[in-house]
Design a protein around this ligand. Structure first.
Ligand code: SF4
Ligand code: ZN
Ligand code: ZN
Length: 303
């Protein structure tokens, strides 16, 4: 029987990459400390800042929100109803009941009201659902945060997500993406600062935190995530991790430490301008979301 290295009680969690056995209480503490350390390491925000947590109803975003509350940060939730059938309905209910349990505000924006649900977007945009969804989520999160006095947007991207993106960008030598792969995107050109406080926490660790904290989260994946290449990369990295614990963390952390500073020196930022319709930052005169909205209203007018 493994024993908690902190108190000697029966361990409930073993973290091979850190060679740590911990009981429930000390695991929850370890997780919160790791989040705090990451926030400090990358100077993400302080206790004076109003933080908006992008909540999907999944384990990562809810664990992040819970941890920030435990650590005494001023963190509210933000949920976008994407209108993806049962998945959206269930994830909303779980996010809502979590916010009630912790006594924090959950702000909600609905695509039914703002535009059209994601499954209908393909009528107006030929890109894959996830590309459109990413654009729309980024847009509403940024707009909402600015209009409501939030200085920071925190997302639940974990180490597995970051390592898989890094792996994909490295395989393809997507230098422009690699230059921007950092857990803090600064406030600039109309964008609010975006941070990823779970970037050094694995998917398993965040799931264990959710379970041991009694968080009810949605276990199903979004139906559009099926077949995504990132899943293959995650599986491949998981195999490496199994053979050699710590590989993922080393791959990601060492990129940030050794490679990112070199790449960043030659970063060329895209030229942005305020969208002529909504004022949000855009590479064109009219932003992608306003463009989509125009297509939707034209089609509706014809119908
Ligand atoms: Fe949106 Fe794709 Fe994520 Fe589903 S899997 S929530 S469509 S980005
Ligand atoms: Zn213990
Ligand atoms: Zn616009």
């Amino acid at each position: 029987m493994r024993k908690c290295i902190k108190c000697g009680e029966k361990a409930q969690v073993y973290l091979p990459q850190h060679r740590l056995s911990l009981c429930k209480q000390h695991y929850l503490e370890w997780f919160d400390n790791r989040v705090e350390k990451t926030i400090k390491e990358f100077k993400m925000f302080t206790r004076k800042d109003k933080v908006l947590v992008a909540v999907s109803g999944g384990k990562d975003s809810l664990s992040l929100w819970k941890s920030l509350i435990n650590l005494g940060y001023d963190a509210d939730g933000f949920y976008i109803n994407l209108g993806i059938g049962e998945y959206s309905q269930k994830s909303y209910e779980l996010a809502k009941s979590f916010s009630e349990k912790v006594g924090k505000t959950l702000h909600v924006v609905s695509l039914y009201k703002e535009m059209v649900p994601i499954p209908e977007m393909r009528k107006y945009d030929s890109r894959p659902a996830c590309s459109v969804c990413g654009t729309v989520k980024r847009y509403y999160m940024n707009k909402f945060a600015k209009e409501n006095g939030y200085k920071i947007i925190a997302t639940g991207h974990n180490l597995d997500d970051e390592a898989a993106v890094l792996f994909s960008n490295t395989l393809n030598w997507s230098v422009e993406y690699l230059k921007r792969q950092y857990p803090v995107l600064p406030e600039e050109d109309g964008f609010i600062r975006k941070v990823k406080p779970l970037c050094k926490i694995s998917e398993k660790e965040s799931a264990m935190y959710a379970v041991l904290s009694g968080i009810d989260y949605i276990e199903e994946e979004c139906p559009f995530s099926e077949g995504a290449t990132s899943i293959d990369y995650k599986m491949f990295l998981a195999q490496l991790e199994e053979k050699s614990p710590g590989t993922k963390l080393r791959f990601y952390s060492e990129f940030l430490r050794k490679m990112y500073p070199i790449l960043k020196q030659s970063e060329e930022k895209p030229k942005l301008q305020p969208c002529k319709i909504c004022g949000e930052p855009s590479t064109n005169e009219i932003c992608a979301v306003c463009n989509l909205k125009m297509k939707i209203s034209q089609k509706e007018a014809k119908a």
